[in-house]
Design a protein around this ligand. Structure first.
Ligand SMILES: C[S@@+](CC[C@H](N)C(=O)[O-])C[C@H]1O[C@@H](n2cnc3c(N)ncnc32)[C@H](O)[C@@H]1O
Length: 200
């Protein structure tokens, strides 16, 4: 399948201002475009979290929640307590319409969450075209000991030493991988991702 919408150019973006503006413009058509191209990582992340026997009432921050596709997958898997944040106010407005989040707010780049969450999800977020590699350490620093993070690295991130290095640094500091699995990310463009559940 060809890429003719926003998906075609998203992985070339850099800089929080450009990322925010791009996703603001994409918000109306994001769900339809990703559904059409077979966006599989949200369901895979939700299943990975289930596989680690994370309680259904764990308070989860869906970081970079976008329009709520990732939160919806988590709610479908039985996770009931969701907060969400994102750089893009227009994406957040779409997430609000899904009525699955207890709280939603606009986040600032480089600012860590407040440390109140049992789990942080970063689904399709830490990637070229979205959040930079240092986001991984920032999010892990906002978890209590024993806190969990479910996240994906797509093939672009897996090929980028900055992203791979951020994960290696976290592991060297004692973060553990509870679950790891490689599979389809956006299946109709042939892009895969590795899904991880990490524990601090
Ligand atoms: C590919 S979308 C994924 C959205 C959602 N998690 C999903 O699975 O559909 C990436 C999202 O990350 C957000 N984002 C990018 N960089 C970010 C950052 N530094 N902090 C918070 N959100 C960010 C974008 O605005 C966008 O909504």
């Amino acid at each position: 399948m060809t890429q003719d919408g926003f998906l075609a150019k998203v992985y070339d973006l850099s800089g929080a201002d450009r990322v925010e503006a791009y996703y603001d413009a994409w918000s109306d058509s994001y769900d339809a475009e990703l559904t059409e191209h077979g966006y599989e990582t949200p369901a895979r992340c939700a299943m990975a979290l289930q596989a680690t026997e994370t309680p259904g009432d764990a308070l989860i921050l869906d970081f970079g929640c976008g329009t709520g596709v990732s939160g919806y997958a988590l709610s479908q898997a039985g996770f009931t307590r969701l907060h969400g944040c994102d750089l893009s106010s227009a994406m957040l407005a779409k997430a609000e319409e899904k009525q699955i989040y207890e709280r939603l707010w606009q986040s600032e780049p480089g600012v860590a969450p407040d440390g109140s969450h049992d789990v942080i999800a970063a689904v399709g977020v830490i990637s070229p075209g979205a959040a930079p590699p240092e986001t991984l350490g920032l999010l892990l620093s906002a978890l209590k000991p024993g806190g969990r993070m479910v996240m994906s690295f797509n093939d672009h991130a897996l090929e980028d030493p900055g992203y791979v290095g951020a994960l290696e640094t976290a592991l060297a500091q004692g973060v553990r991988i509870l679950h790891e699995e490689y599979g389809p990310h956006i299946s109709r463009i042939g892009l895969n991702s590795r899904v991880y559940v990490l524990e601090t």
